[in-house]
Design a protein around this ligand. Structure first.
Ligand code: ZN
Length: 437
């Protein structure tokens, strides 16, 4: 089955940073098979009745990639705000997770999150949580691509008894989903303060053996750095390097408190960074030196973190805040220019997860993970620089059509095969139980 996606601007995010005016994409079996101006694509499709999506007011671009989240935590959205990370985690989140974490909780929460993400232009998300089969099932049912990392910790949760158990689950999950079209399995050692050296290294061995990415929280708070110096005699990144953890494809979330030497180490080992500015601001964890990381060649991308600390999963809001905060703290308005911001949302995010051959740009041979923004809106006109319109003026609701693997999942802002009302009622049902616990 072939179809065409067209627009006023076709923003490829390829190496040449090409934007094709009145461009179109020809899609077959979920993959991009041709890119050209619309009239040419129409001719080449050899089918006058071919289905065409988009119009002369659309911006066509690669789907956004959320490189750090815990999707199911949407069910804790707004449950405890205005608290520091430690108190928030130990007094509010962990006790409730201990009580409610189950395959059903994770499935229902992840499905709600998937719909929110799709409707704001996210076509791939990188998740770290528990009951990974439930995450994968929800993502596949919602029609979104997901990198799914089994959380690994040294202590028990309702989903496992300890590191050995989580690692065994991770291995099973990898076997089950290694060649899936939508799911990329990963290993997710939670952090250096929840995983021993042995657990970290076993996670690495498992990831290397199966050639899957690793996903970790790193240097999120100043306390983590102080504790690392006290316990290991080194800052977090230096500690990970010293134990031989930094091998293979790694995405590290937060990286708020890196010093210059640690940034060099991140660049040297090609570690991707998931910048979670809203979560970091909201929990007062600090502000990551993102502009410096970009300058030093570290591959950066955006994560929303879980919705309990954000409190949404909207990447356009995230990047707009990130860009402005970096300009503010560096007193340099040229950092994180709009084109760099688009790369952070798309191709750099794909590269930091090691999935750039599949997604992250609109190029022949890649999977058709494509979003359409409706530009015929008063707050988006006029347009002088389409990147500027997207990064500084657009809202998530301007993204009206979303394709994953070539499949039209969202059209005119509605999910095409999930009953959104049913999911909302499920969320209300969970909230009632959580509130009364
Ligand atoms: Zn997180």
């Amino acid at each position: 089955m072939k179809h065409i996606i067209r627009g006023k601007y076709l923003i490829t995010m390829n190496e040449k940073e090409q934007i094709i005016e009145n461009g179109a994409v020809l899609i077959e079996n979920g993959k991009i098979i041709d890119i050209d101006i619309f009239e040419e694509i129409l001719k080449k499709s050899c089918d006058p009745s071919i289905k065409i999506y988009g119009n002369s007011y659309s911006a066509v671009m690669p789907g956004f990639i959320n490189t750090h989240t815990h999707s199911a935590m949407v069910l804790f959205r707004g449950i405890a705000d205005d608290l520091p990370l430690n108190k928030w985690l130990t007094e509010h989140i962990w006790p409730r997770e201990a009580k409610f974490l189950s395959p059903d909780f994770v499935y229902d929460g992840t499905l709600l999150a998937c719909i929110e993400m799709l409707k704001s232009g996210t076509t791939t998300f990188n998740d770290m949580y528990f009951f990974t089969e439930s995450i994968a099932k929800a993502a596949k049912n919602a029609g979104i691509r997901a990198v799914v990392g089994q959380g690994v910790l040294d202590f028990p949760t309702p989903s496992g008894s300890g590191a050995k158990d989580y690692l065994a689950r991770a291995e099973d999950f990898i076997k089950q989903f290694k060649s899936d079209d939508y799911i990329i399995p990963a290993v997710a050692p939670h952090a250096i303060y929840t995983c021993s050296r042995e657990t970290l290294l076993k996670s690495k061995e498992l990831a290397l053996k199966n050639n899957v990415p690793m996903h970790i929280h790193l240097s999120e708070t100043f306390k983590e750095v102080e504790d690392s110096i006290n316990k290991h005699g080194a800052r977090p990144v230096k500690y990970l390097e010293s134990i031989g953890f930094l091998e293979g494809k790694i995405i590290a979330a937060h990286c708020v408190w890196l010093d210059d030497e640690e940034i060099e180490i991140m660049a040297k080992h090609n570690i991707g960074v998931a910048h979670c500015i809203e979560s970091n601001l909201k929990l007062s964890s600090g502000i990551a030196p993102l502009a410096k990381m970009v300058r030093k060649g570290v591959k950066v991308s955006m994560g929303t973190d879980g919705a309990a600390s954000n409190n949404n999963l909207d990447l356009l809001e995230e990047i707009s805040i990130a860009a402005k905060v970096q300009k503010g703290i560096t007193a340099d308005p040229t950092v994180l220019d709009v084109k760099t911001c688009m790369k952070i949302l798309t191709i750099w995010a794909a590269e930091s997860l090691g999935i750039e051959k599949e997604t992250g740009s609109i190029e022949v041979g890649k999977r058709a993970d494509i979003i359409l923004m409706n530009l015929r809106k008063t707050h988006l006109q006029p347009i002088y620089d389409i990147y500027s319109t997207i990064i500084y003026s657009a809202k998530a609701s301007d993204i009206e059509d979303v394709f994953v693997n070539g499949v039209p999942v969202i059209l005119n802002g509605r999910h095409q095969f999930i009953d959104e009302d049913e999911i909302i009622d499920k969320a209300l049902w969970w909230a009632e139980r959580i509130k009364n616990s």
